[in-house]
Design a protein around this ligand. Structure first.
Ligand code: PBG
Length: 326
């Protein structure tokens, strides 16, 4: 019998030793909470496929953002469900539209205590459910959509948003949004670009949350899950166009993409742990099949380890509270 001279277990022997050699850390400031607000809702409504997540009323939204700030989260990402949808997504541009009103309320509530972000995309606002405007034959019109995104960016900036998150995967969207913001005197509003966004099955519960009316799919604008080189190109273009932060989405099935993107760019990298990733863990935990709290922290730690400095997650407040108390 020859005994090992190399013994990695020495560094795992006690909690103190494990803490000393831990390579990855996670802090509340790195977590961003996505939030949904429903126009003219009197009460918050549950989202059945996302236990613990609600469509807020304006009043419950205000309360929830105060709690999120108290927990120390790094930011909030706002989404809205408008009462009326149409082909152009008119609600997206109207100063009193669901999302722009929410931005105004939230910024008034939190000031600079956290970073207020808004999704910049048409899918919640269009009756056809696509992220862009359609031509007469029903295909998504890239360049007409860029004009719409410019209008939406100006409206969000006027409402006081700190960061816009263009998420429609139209070509040239970051340059268009940057130009619109700068032209309207909002050169201080930052852009978090959904740079590498995949056509993913893991967005299913989100579409319940925003009552998406999409028929068909988004494969002509979102990326093929098989591709990673394409993601590097998308990210490079977005940085060249002026993205301040680039995001990979979803997160858990795309950790290789997060790692490749982290080494390819010199801006902060975010990853979005999406609705389906949340729902999977919640559903398994509800069945008693996994330890929920450990699974949540392990998944967030893995996204950090892959290289994301910023994580959008529906567990942001809960995880932030836990991290603060531990
Ligand atoms: C587009 C948008 C989507 C999500 C965030 N922004 C939906 C989509 O692209 O189909 C998904 C987020 C999630 O699943 O948690 N506005």
């Amino acid at each position: 019998m020859s005994y090992p001279t190399q013994r990695p277990r020495r560094l795992r022997r006690t909690p103190a030793m494990r803490r000393l050699v831990s390579e990855t850390s996670l802090a509340p400031r790195q977590l961003v909470l996505p939030m949904f607000v429903r126009e003219n809702a009197a009460e918050p409504r549950t989202v059945p496929s996302m236990p613990g997540v609600v469509q807020h009323s304006m009043e419950s939204l205000r309360k929830a953002v105060v709690e999120a700030v108290e927990a120390g989260v790094g930011g909030l990402m706002l989404f809205a469900i408008p009462e009326h949808k149409d082909a152009r997504g008119s609600g997206a541009y109207h100063p009193e539209g669901a999302l722009n009103s929410a931005i105004r309320e939230v910024v008034a509530e939190v000031g600079d205590a956290t970073v207020v972000m808004a999704d910049l995309c048409l899918d919640e606002f269009t009756d056809h459910g696509h992220c862009g405007l359609l031509t007469a034959d029903g295909t998504v019109d890239n360049d007409a959509t860029l004009d719409a995104y410019q209008e939406m960016a100006r409206a969000q900036a006027e409402a006081g948003v700190h960061v816009v998150g263009p998420s429609g995967m139209m070509d040239g969207q970051v340059a268009a949004v940057r130009e619109a913001l700068d032209g309207a005197g909002h050169s201080d509003v930052a852009i978090l670009a959904y740079a590498a966004k995949y056509a993913s099955a893991f967005y299913g519960p989100f579409r319940d949350a925003v009552e998406s009316t999409l028929s068909g799919d988004r494969r002509t604008y979102q990326q093929d899950p098989a591709n990673v080189v394409e993601a590097l190109r998308e990210v490079r273009l977005d940085v060249e166009e002026g993205a301040d932060i680039v995001m990979v989405k979803p997160a858990m099935s795309y950790l290789d993409v997060v790692a490749r993107v982290r080494s390819a760019v010199d801006v902060p990298v975010a990853a979005y742990q999406v609705s389906g990733e949340y729902a999977m863990v919640e559903a398994a935990a509800a069945n008693g099949w996994i330890d929920r709290d450990r699974a949540v922290l392990e998944s967030l730690g893995a996204i950090r380890r892959a290289g994301a400095e910023i994580i959008l997650t529906y567990w942001a407040v809960e995880a932030a509270r836990y991290l603060r108390n531990s």
